[in-house]
Design a binder for this molecule. Structure first.
Ligand code: FEO
Length: 407
């Protein structure tokens, strides 16, 4: 692999993590993910973010560096926008090849640099507005961007090119092969990366949505000509598009999200399952798109993406030993951690000798700002009245979502 020249003196280097790995050790990546790094060459040379030390990725990365051509020892400055190990776990080995590296990082990042990599020499702590002049017209300006996606994160802006390097922010899942820039995407590829950005956002960034708007506001006076994240494609033709996409995703937290419904259901012996179709029919009768996931069969990483985008949720589970069917409780616990807030919600489910699922549902969703319709619950197998009620309640949910709209 060769590095890709973005503009004079600025290159993108990247490796792909494959689909058999789990991102953060838990999120499936059926289409992989790229980890991008950038070289900025003035009279001095800076490297912005690095890669994860996994499999043969460091070797691939070194080959890309050689293609510029550069060696590890040619790098003068290491800019660390984010300390998470997908961008830094290879840093200790890289540092051994070049112990004279100068580091530029936020104050919180510096503490992590010491804790994760044992590095505390030649570390320059930077704040928003601080600059580093690399010479030959290349000036880097730093902007703290806390919680995108850790507390220490920052963005780096290269003034002559107008490129904003944002690490996790404005990134997506999806391996990068021959297509690197937004203007090279076919419409199918464009849709693919938009969907991969949504799933990445829901899995990684969503819980920090309130910080997206703050970060974008801070950048409002910058003449941004490209967005270069450390996951996903480089937005050189329409950088504002990915900014707007992220603002839209972030806005789903305060609701309403898109006029769509996600049905998440689980069943032990088929009695809750028998009602799923009635729920789907009720939503569809109002012309609202519906996404359906079964728990525990579908991974929560995919369920989160559908739920994050949908204004409405229909959640079905049987009662299990006086409480909720446990895999659904685990899913809703994740919704709490990821702040899937401000939804209109309908619950349904069967119970055997006693109810109890609703009680646990109330507890688990206490802080999620969910607006509930009356649940549809029955003992044993559902009868025709239960099915009718399921369809009318899901239709009512869809109707309310349409009425509320987004805007
Ligand atoms: Fe790509 Fe938060 O690390």
């Amino acid at each position: 692999m060769k590095a890709t020249k973005i503009t004079d003196g600025i290159y993108r280097l990247g490796v792909n993590l494959e689909d058999d790995l789990l991102f953060e050790g838990m999120w499936p990546m059926p289409h992989g993910i790229s980890i991008n790094s950038y070289v900025v060459q003035g009279e001095r040379t800076a490297l912005i973010d690095l890669i994860e030390d996994v499999r043969d990725k460091p070797l691939e990365f070194e080959q890309e560096l050689h293609s510029i051509p550069l060696q590890a020892k040619d790098i003068d400055c290491m800019i660390i926008n984010h300390m998470e190990p997908d961008h830094t776990s290879w840093l200790p080995a890289f540092y051994q090849e070049n112990p004279d590296l100068e580091f530029y990082i936020t104050k919180k990042g510096a503490a992590m640099l010491k804790a994760f990599c044992g590095i505390d020499k030649n570390v320059h702590i930077v704040k928003s507005g601080d600059t580093v002049d690399l010479g030959a017209g290349k000036i880097l300006t730093f902007y703290e961007a806390p919680n995108l996606h850790w507390p220490e994160t920052m963005f780096t802006f290269e003034q002559s090119s107008g490129i904003l390097f944002t690490c996790d922010a404005f990134g997506s899942y999806g391996a990068i092969t021959d297509v690197i820039f937004d203007d090279q995407l076919s419409s199918e590829q464009h849709d693919f990366f938009t969907q991969e950005a949504l799933r990445y956002f829901a899995n990684i960034i969503g819980g920090f949505s309130m910080f997206v708007e703050k970060a974008v506001t801070q950048l409002k006076d910058l003449d941004i000509k490209m967005i270069a994240p450390s996951h996903g494609i480089v937005w050189r033709e329409k950088p504002q598009e990915i900014i707007d996409t992220y603002l839209r995703f972030a806005g789903y937290m305060s609701g309403p999200a898109e006029p769509e419904v996600t049905i998440i259901w689980s069943s032990m012996y088929g009695n809750t399952e028998k009602v799923v179709n009635a729920m789907i029919q009720g939503v569809r009768s109002e012309g609202i798109p519906v996404h359906v996931h079964r728990v525990p069969n579908d991974h929560v990483g995919f369920i989160l993406a559908s739920a994050w985008k949908s204004a409405g949720l229909i959640v079905g589970m049987p009662t299990y030993e006086y409480r909720m069917f446990p895999p659904m409780a685990w899913t809703l616990d994740m919704f709490g951690r990821k702040k899937v807030w401000n939804k209109k919600v309908l619950r349904f489910g069967s119970f055997g000798w006693s109810g109890g699922a609703q009680r646990e549902m109330d507890t688990l969703t206490e802080k999620l700002k969910w607006d509930f319709l009356d649940p549809v619950e029955w003992q044993g197998a559902p009868d025709d009245e239960d099915l009718k009620r399921a369809e009318s309640q899901s239709r009512e949910l869809a109707r309310q979502i349409k009425e509320e709209g987004r805007g």
